[in-house]
Ligand binder design. Sequence first.
Ligand SMILES: C[S@@+](CC[C@H](N)C(=O)[O-])C[C@H]1O[C@@H](n2cnc3c(N)ncnc32)[C@H](O)[C@@H]1O
Length: 199
Amino acid sequence: MVDNKPFSQACENNRQPILECIKTVFTEPATILEIGTGTGQHAVYFAAELPHLTWQPSDRPGGAEHSLGWIKEADLANIRPPLELDVSLGSWPVDTIDGAYSANTAHIMSWEEVEAMFAGLAKRLIAGGLFCLYGPFNYEGQFTSDSNRQFDHHLRSQAPHMGIRNMDDMLELAGRVRFGLERDVEMPANNRLLVWRKL
Ligand SMILES: C[S@@+](CC[C@H](N)C(=O)[O-])C[C@H]1O[C@@H](n2cnc3c(N)ncnc32)[C@H](O)[C@@H]1O
């Protein structure tokens, strides 16, 4: 048991619904790059439940090692040590990506970083490769719940570059770098799981 692992209650709550969805997306053996791994709770849960996948966690320099406690404790053969990856930097520590996953990052990154995440994935994801993006999104410029409105207000008061993204903007951005929205799945607590395919 590794002491003092970072803990997110949200990860405990959402990991099973996310798993139910991504297991229908990542059906073939593949290496999945996770962007913005955070605590590592998702990484170890999905790697354990989806043994046909190799899970590659990553996070910004200075944040990547936060997931080490969970990863070391899980001691799974199909999870790799976390990489340092800041999506806004031109050089990524991976050349070719089979599939990608990211949770609760689009509203934390600046919009320029969200653009950089899609552009970086577009360069490296294999043709037909899938990118699962989980989190809250707005539709037709509207919040889908009061709690999302409050969350957005909280984010913007912390840092003006953060905030819940509009699906119209996401679709326009994704189209620019040739990603198509394959599925938009309703998830608990007013979240969505967006499945993008590299065309
Ligand atoms: C709210 S946390 C989500 C963590 C985890 N995925 C989860 O669902 O609990 C947002 C994550 O995005 C990462 N992040 C923010 N900006 C980033 C960037 N430019 N490149 C890569 N990761 C970034 C943060 O370091 C953090 O781990």
